[in-house]
Design a protein around this ligand. Structure first.
Ligand SMILES: Cc1cc2nc3c(=O)[nH]c(=O)nc-3n(C[C@H](O)[C@H](O)[C@H](O)COP(=O)(O)O)c2cc1C
Length: 133
């Protein structure tokens, strides 16, 4: 399995992961759930009105942390906003519950893909394993 598929599967299996941004010298972290593979890239979704969106716009370097069945994953990446309707539509089609709050044609919905990603799987029982995509 490719690295990006492995990371996407892990995030989807977790259901909830934690997305860290930076605001000046202050780390910010919150729960996230969206993870969607589109055109070979791993996308997440948010709303432009949120603080998290503003933080990413000011500094797109983020880190994701997730934990499932004794294994934790950290992904350091740079996020790239994709304003194309088709990228938003694919995200919403795969996460239909979001359609009560978002649409691919509103002014708020934002999807971003991970670039220059370094993902490390760790556990207490095995050496860390790092993949990139
Ligand atoms: C389980 C769970 C999953 C969530 N997934 C997302 C998500 O994928 N995208 C999003 O924008 N907000 C998501 N949220 C809501 C954000 O955590 C929330 O809006 C948060 O306050 C955003 O960060 P901010 O306050 O720094 O802007 C989720 C919340 C929970 C509890």
């Amino acid at each position: 399995m490719s690295a990006i598929n492995e990371v996407c599967d892990f995030l989807q299996a977790c259901g909830t992961y934690y997305l860290a941004t930076v605001e000046g010298d202050q780390p910010r972290v919150r729960p996230f759930g969206t993870a969607n593979l589109f055109e070979g890239k791993l996308y997440i979704q948010t709303g432009k009105v949120k603080e998290v969106s503003k933080q990413i716009a000011a500094n797109p370097k983020v880190e994701i942390c997730a934990f499932d069945k004794g294994v934790w994953l950290r992904v350091a990446a740079t996020l790239v906003r994709d304003d194309r309707v088709e990228a938003k539509k694919d995200m919403l089609d795969h996460n239909p519950s979001l359609r009560s709050m978002y649409s691919e044609t509103d002014d708020n919905t934002e999807v971003l893909y991970l670039k220059d990603s370094t993902a490390t799987f760790s556990s207490f029982t095995a050496a860390p394993r790092t993949v990139t995509f």
